[in-house]
Design a protein around this ligand. Structure first.
Ligand SMILES: Nc1nc2c(c(=O)[nH]1)N[C@H]1C(S)=C(S)[C@@H](COP(=O)(O)OP(=O)(O)OC[C@H]3O[C@@H](n4cnc5c(=O)[nH]c(N)nc54)[C@H](O)[C@@H]3O)O[C@H]1N2
Ligand SMILES: Nc1nc2c(c(=O)[nH]1)N[C@H]1C(S)=C(S)[C@@H](COP(=O)(O)OP(=O)(O)OC[C@H]3O[C@@H](n4cnc5c(=O)[nH]c(N)nc54)[C@H](O)[C@@H]3O)O[C@H]1N2
Ligand code: SF4
Ligand SMILES: [Mo]
Length: 757
């Protein structure tokens, strides 16, 4: 038995864990009190991590599809040389636009993404698709306009705030905020602090709130606009903050001044007095912050919602203060910035969609593959994602995957997407290699957690660093040896050695510019090999150097030592030697406006003309379609779902069916029986579900869970495969973010069993 520090990989919080293991398996899992972020906190999901590490769908060898659809085991050499040959052929015949990459990281693994994405450059393609493109790109786009860069991400200081407004999020189950359940309890138990939850369901979070606004689904734009209207019309906005730190308030004020507040509130079906009370209290609180998630991002007015939500904390001056919303520094840039004004901005071939934060929306992927244009996508790499289940309109994705000339899946498990692949490349699990995420979203102190491997890689599995480096070598885009780069590695002391190494690397890349896009793999093969199993973490070294150069004082405050050249290197060494995680910077609140904000004038640019126009043009909400009278929330976070990460249904202690939650009055109207099966019908398809009466759900609103529908061991789907019901056209017109939380649906009891799919 051995004891290790590691972290949970099931959601963006990546809580620190202390685990006891034997050679192959977890024996005991508990929260790690020495983890500087979570300090021992975990939720019920982490204790079941054995179901990720060991199960019957784990991949152990490279596989190749046979004509009859079954798979044969092949060697790494054969797999990679055949894929390399195919990629080179496609590139020379059809050019880079024939290639797309999907994923590159999940809830616990972003290091591999740096290696995988090199393929895009090697293929000369920009088509990066990622799950963030079906939830957060609207938010990123708004950030770009307000704060100068789409990767200026905002965080919320819920732990220290006097007033928190949760809109469309259920942190008690989905987390997303530090030590969610403890943080919520502290607020509930403190009479000086206020929690308001806007959600059509009386969720576990709403049950803890001072005020629950059980909003009519899809009407948050009216609520937030009404609150902004009240604040501005009553003069409760923070003039001093707006004058000092913002431009464009005049245009915003003009639009908000005209909001028909009472009409808008009536569209939400909320009590007007309560909305006035909340708006005033929010504006007048000593500190207040807004925390949102999919409940407003994956529903009607998605991008507008992201703007209004940010205006709430901005016009009330709750930005760059303790207890407010803040920007934070970033070590691993897992999202980028797409410059809208770039005249050479790439567009997707069929839909003409531009990337946001470097990401294209999954909603257009099936259509970009399944067409007869010369410039269609013909080759897809999927890494750390399961789009066959998780993107809208599974029927269309299925058809598109069959049209691909080459589909390669890099995963730890035989997923529904992998079953369509021509080649499956098995990755070592996240407990069998060094891994980390870029979810270090904290402010003012920011942390980073590089997890160390605690098991040997299963079977013939490899790290992503090794898989993609071998592939680039097999493609001939990167030499197998770098004689000029290895000799320096022997020089001592270590810091001098690194300075020398980077000087040589810069020289080499200067001479061979085409190698620059393989920089992670070159680092990995040269400097990395002196770090043993930590070789794949070597990409963090240049990132730590950039980070330290940009945030020198904040990094030094954490105790890191070094000069202009060496501070980043010592930060990297500290990250490497802190298996429980470590602080990487300690900012001051004024840094948000002085250092992290990316506009040239260091001001927030409040006016976003497209969205002010959309706000002025808001029509009253449409009445339900009599054919589909219910609103289905397709994808609820519950106690026993965790994206697609746990495949073995045996991990669930309850809710094995992933039941449809529906209000008892609706249920009796549609003649449904508690615990019996029913057939859901939407514009896109049909799905049989198990019904559960649930009075916490608003009338007219039903919910199905996210993270079910996997075919473990190739069996029938466990629980609802809910993207059979969703449509890729039902989406935000600007970003193509699907309206998963607002799917018009009808339901009837099921007499005879109908097969899903
Ligand atoms: N247990 C668990 N936790 C998870 C995950 C998981 O699979 N399981 N997944 C992780 C991931 S990838 C993400 S992105 C996050 C998402 O985390 P959340 O967004 O917090 O989770 P959801 O349950 O999808 O949706 C949040 C809430 O939106 C509400 N809602 C629906 N429609 C509306 C509406 O019109 N208006 C308002 N105001 N609210 C509405 C729902 O009732 C729900 O309570 O969770 C993460 N955490
Ligand atoms: N209808 C509906 N659809 C939704 C949502 C919804 O609410 N409703 N939510 C959306 C949201 S917010 C999200 S984030 C997406 C999530 O959807 P995806 O991004 O498709 O799903 P994940 O569960 O994150 O996929 C993780 C995959 O990574 C694999 N994996 C785990 N560890 C490793 C590793 O070390 N290396 C490699 N290469 N692979 C690994 C897992 O086996 C799994 O296949 O779903 C979206 N889809
Ligand atoms: S699922 Fe999220 S909140 Fe729960 S233990 Fe894992 S990382 Fe922490
Ligand atoms: Mo997500």
């Amino acid at each position: 038995m051995a004891t290790h520090h590691t972290a949970c990989i099931l959601c963006s919080r990546n809580c620190g864990l202390l685990v006891e293991t034997d050679e192959h398996q977890f024996q005991k899992i508990s929260g790690d009190k020495s983890c500087p972020t979570s300090q021992g906190y975990i939720c019920q999901k982490a204790a079941r991590l054995t179901h990720y590490q060991t199960h019957d769908d784990r991949l152990q060898n490279p596989l190749k599809r046979r004509q009859d659809g079954t798979f044969e085991r092949i060697s790494w050499e054969q797999a990679l040389s055949e894929i390399a040959q195919h990629l080179n052929q496609i590139k020379s015949r059809h050019g880079g636009e024939a290639f797309a990459f999907y994923g590159g990281g999940g809830q616990g693994n972003h290091l591999g993404g740096a290696y995988g994405r090199q393929l895009l450059k090697a293929m000369d393609s920009y088509y990066l698709y990622n799950a963030l493109g079906q939830e957060k790109t609207g938010d990123f786009w708004v950030n770009g306009r307000l704060f100068g860069k789409q990767n200026c991400h905002t965080t919320e200081d819920v732990e220290h705030t006097d007033f928190v407004l949760f809109i469309g999020t259920n942190p008690y189950q989905s987390h997303g905020i530090p030590n969610a359940r403890d943080t919520l309890k502290h607020i509930r138990n403190d009479p000086q602090r206020t929690m308001v939850v806007v959600d059509p369901r009386l969720t576990d979070t709403a049950k803890m709130a001072d005020i629950h606004l059980a909003i009519r689904p899809g009407t948050d734009a009216y609520l937030m606009a009404a609150m902004l209207g009240i604040i501005v019309q009553e003069g409760l906005h923070d003039r001093a903050f707006l004058d000092r730190h913002c431009t464009g308030f005049q245009a915003v004020e003009e639009t908000l001044g005209k909001i028909p507040v009472d009409d808008f509130i009536s569209h939400t079906e909320l009590d007007a007095d309560q909305v006035y009370k909340v708006a005033r209290a929010f504006a007048l609180a000593r500190s207040a912050c807004v925390r949102v998630d999919l409940g407003i991002q994956q529903t009607l007015h998605s991008t507008l919602n992201s703007y209004l939500e940010k205006l709430l904390f901005l016009i009330s001056g709750n930005f760059g203060i303790a207890g407010g919303n803040n920007l934070h520094s970033v070590l691993v840039p897992f999202i980028g910035h797409t410059e809208e004004k770039n005249p050479n901005l790439i567009r997707s071939a069929r839909y003409g969609m531009v990337p946001i934060a470097g990401i294209f929306p999954p909603n257009i992927l099936p259509g970009e593959i399944d067409n007869d244009r010369d410039d269609r996508i013909r080759v897809l790499f999927v890494d750390s994602g399961n789009p066959a289940l998780t993107i809208a309109d599974s029927q269309a994705m299925d058809k598109a995957m069959r049209k691909l000339e080459l589909l390669v899946v890099v995963d730890v498990a035989m997923t529904e997407t992998a079953r369509h692949a021509h080649y499956i490349l098995p990755a070592a699990s996240q407990f069998e290699k060094f891994e980390a995420t870029g979810f270090n979203l904290e402010f003012p102190t920011n942390y980073f957690h590089l997890r160390h491997p605690i098991f040997s890689p299963l079977g013939e599995t490899l790290t992503e660093a090794e898989i993609y480096t071998r592939l680039l070598e097999a493609m001939g885009v990167m030499p197998r040896r770098f004689p000029g780069l290895t000799w320096v590695a022997g020089a001592e002391p270590k810091l001098t050695r690194h300075v020398l190494y980077f000087a040589m690397l810069a020289l080499k890349l200067g001479r061979h510019r085409d190698l620059a896009h393989c920089a992670p793999s070159i680092l990995y093969r040269t400097l990395g090999k002196h770090y043993g199993r930590a070789a794949s973490a070597i990409t963090l070294l240049p990132l730590a150097m950039t980070y330290a150069a940009k945030n020198r004082i904040a990094v030094r405050r954490t105790g890191a030592k070094g000069n202009r050249f060496t501070l980043g290197m010592s930060l990297f060494e500290r990250i490497l030697n802190s298996p429980q995680g470590t602080a990487i910077s300690e900012h001051r609140h004024e840094d948000v406006l002085k250092l992290i904000l990316a506009t040239e004038d260091r001001k927030v640019h409040l006016a976003v003309p497209e969205l002010l126009k959309a706000l002025s043009a808001l029509e009253p909400p449409a009445e339900p379609d009599p054919e589909f009278p219910l609103v289905l929330m397709a994808g609820e976070r519950r106690a026993y779902n965790a994206n697609q990460i746990y495949r073995d249904p045996g991990w669930r202690k309850q809710d094995a069916d992933g039941a449809l939650r529906i209000h008892p009055e609706d249920a009796s109207e549609y003649r449904l029986v508690d615990g019996a099966r029913a057939l859901c019908t939407t514009h896109n398809g049909q799905l049989e579900v198990v019904v559960k009466f649930d009075a916490t759900t608003r009338k007219g609103f039903a919910t199905l869970p996210h993270g079910y529908g996997m075919r473990y061991r190739g069996a029938a789907p466990n629980g609802p495969h809910l993207n059979l019901l969703t449509s890729s056209e039902h989406c935000d017109p600007m970003t193509y973010t699907p309206y998963h939380k607002y799917v018009p649906m009808s339901i009837r009891p099921c007499a005879v069993s109908v097969r899903a799919g």
